[in-house]
Design a protein around this ligand. Structure first.
Ligand code: PRP
Ligand code: GLN
Ligand code: MG
Length: 525
């Protein structure tokens, strides 16, 4: 669940770097591992700055390279690695050295990296053994664009190259790329698993600035309006303003497979002040809280009467817990206090750091627990790191009974679309009954929100036309890309006709041999 951002200004003399940084800070909750920016401007100007850590820290330590980013369009990225590949070369935007100045920011995770690697090798490329999914997608893109031709690629060649990405890459991808000959291009996988929203900032007679980001809060805070979620399988092309025509063009690259955003965005990943695919994240969390109150009543029965207060777990549990408390008629106690100088713990790279992170982040106001029966509510219980710690903290602070409730169902399966959760054995609920999980966490009772209630909560928070369903694989074990698979690629000219989801007439390009050859030996910078 990385964060992506792209900006294209109407005025070619203005620099985007400042707003790229501001926007990336607003996306910080989506990735804490690394960040990066690539910009380009008229007369061949371009620059890139990327490194490890939080955006603020990076910008402070690398202020010189940030100040050198000159240009009126650019893309940015905050990274949470999905593939255990923390190598510097995988920090995004991915960009090659030499003249391959196309850059790519990706949120999501490809499910066929081994196949891609083999295909690219078959095409004469040399992806390194530790090439991550985004690097592989990038190689497909730039070799389909054609090296050398990249600097003069026309919109139809770009479309053809993006088609090649859709044809070869499986899994989730919400991407923004910047192509030297054209401008900024964003595209979303055929299922709409990861979010991508477009907005416009009118400058009156001077035209408009355009932005694309993972979450609407970025556009809102930067003063953009007229938000529009990219539809599954849709792309938007924004030509560079210095070329004279700065009008964005939306194009349905492939027919949508199913409109199924990742439901975990609403549970945990996204900011509450964002609206994703027509669903207010805040509202959905409120609805989850109301539904959870019903689940608490039915699961805990008479014990509910003896509950003295509801205690939310900062930050993820706040909105839902307040609503559950209201529906249960119980007072709220802010018995857990969050250290404001701490980060999200779940997305930290290893268990030692996660545990240290929870301990550093949360502490108790003991008086709020002393002699009380408490109902602690969090958005999710994943590995159980947080819950186990907070149940122990609550007991240490003197709580009599400690009940735990989750605003989402038990997570028993891996997440394959952009969260570092590939190993099911690490999930506390994997192959465990609710009672076993409860005992493992040391609680006196445990309540999960049932999946149909979660789906209903999100659907009820939809404004206007919303998605058809949701990607819920981590709760159900059924994944949307496996339920509605895209036809596998075939060779030769029959390829295009045999793929029903290609309804566009653009020439199907494949990878350019010469490009593959020229790319050998070049490296990601
Ligand atoms: O069961 P676990 O493996 O501990 O994962 C679940 C916890 O991790 C997340 O919090 P996080 O600290 O990442 O972020 P938050 O401050 O936004 O709640 C989530 O909100 C839960 O509290
Ligand atoms: N969380 C993400 O979306 C990560 C994107 C990409 N798979 C990476 O590992 O960099
Ligand atoms: Mg949390």
């Amino acid at each position: 669940m990385c964060g992506v951002i792209g900006l294209s200004y109407a005025d070619p003399k203005k620099d985007v770097a400042g707003e790229l940084v501001e926007g990336s800070i607003l996306l910080q909750h989506r990735g804490q591992d690394a960040c990066g920016f690539a910009v380009q401007g008229a007369v061949g100007r371009s620059g890139v700055a990327k490194g490890r850590g939080l955006v603020m820290d990076f910008v402070q330590s690398e202020s010189r390279s940030i100040n050198n980013l000159r240009g009126s369009e650019g893309i940015g990225h905050v990274r949470y690695p999905t593939n255990d590949n923390h190598a510097d070369s995988q920090i995004q935007p991915i960009i090659m050295d030499g003249y391959h100045r196309t850059s790519l920011s990706h949120n999501g995770h490809l499910t066929n990296p081994q196949q891609l690697k083999a295909e690219l090798r078959g095409d004469g490329l040399e992806p390194g053994d530790n090439a991550g999914d985004t690097e592989l997608m990038y190689l497909v893109l730039i070799s389909a664009l054609g090296v050398g031709r990249e600097s003069e690629a026309s919109p139809s060649q770009i479309l053809s190259a993006i088609l090649e990405v859709y044809r070869r890459c499986q899994g989730s991808f919400a991407c923004i790329c910047m192509i030297p000959s054209f401008g900024v291009v964003a595209f979303r996988d055929p299922y709409g698993i990861k979010p991508l929203v477009f907005g416009e900032r009118s400058l009156g007679s001077s035209g408009s600035d355009f932005a694309i980001a993972s979450e609407s809060v970025v556009l809102q805070k930067l003063g953009f309006e007229h938000f529009q979620d990219l539809k599954p399988g849709q792309m938007v092309l924004i030509p560079s303003s210095w070329r004279g025509n700065h009008q964005p063009h939306f194009h349905q690259v492939v027919a949508p497979q199913s409109y199924a955003p990742d439901i975990f965005e609403y549970v945990y990943l996204a900011r509450a002040d964002s609206v994703i695919d027509g669903i207010s994240v805040y509202d959905s969390r409120r609805q989850m809280g109301e539904a959870l109150a019903r689940a608490v009543k039915s699961k805990l029965g008479p014990a509910v009467k003896a509950i003295d207060c509801v205690i939310p777990v900062p930050d993820g549990g706040y909105i839902g817990a307040l609503e559950s408390a209201r529906a249960l008629g119980k007072p709220v106690s802010l018995g857990f206090v969050r250290n404001q100088h701490s980060c999200r713990t779940f997305i930290m790279p290893n268990q030692e750091q996660r545990l240290r992170g929870v301990r550093r982040k949360l502490s108790t106001v003991n008086a709020e627990f002393q002699g009380r029966n408490v109902l602690i509510i969090d958005d999710s219980i994943v590995r159980g790191t947080t819950s186990r710690e907070i149940v122990a903290m609550a007991r240490k602070a003197g709580a009599r009974k400690v009940y735990l409730a989750s605003l989402s169902p038990a997570i028993r399966f891996k997440h394959i679309y952009g969260i570092d959760l590939a190993d099911e054995e690490k999930l506390v609920a994997h192959k465990r009954t609710d009672e076993e999980v409860c005992a493992n966490l040391g609680a006196d009772g445990l309540v999960y929100l049932p999946l149909p209630e979660l789906v209903d909560a999100c659907q009820r928070s939809t404004v206007g036309e919303g998605p058809l369903g949701f990607e819920v694989g981590l709760f159900s074990g059924n994944y949307v890309t496996e339920t509605y698979p895209v036809s596998p690629a075939k060779s030769g000219s029959e390829r295009q006709n045999s793929l029903p989801w290609f309804h566009d007439t653009a020439e199907f390009g494949g990878l350019h041999r010469a490009a593959c050859h020229a790319l050998r030996g070049t490296r990601i910078v």
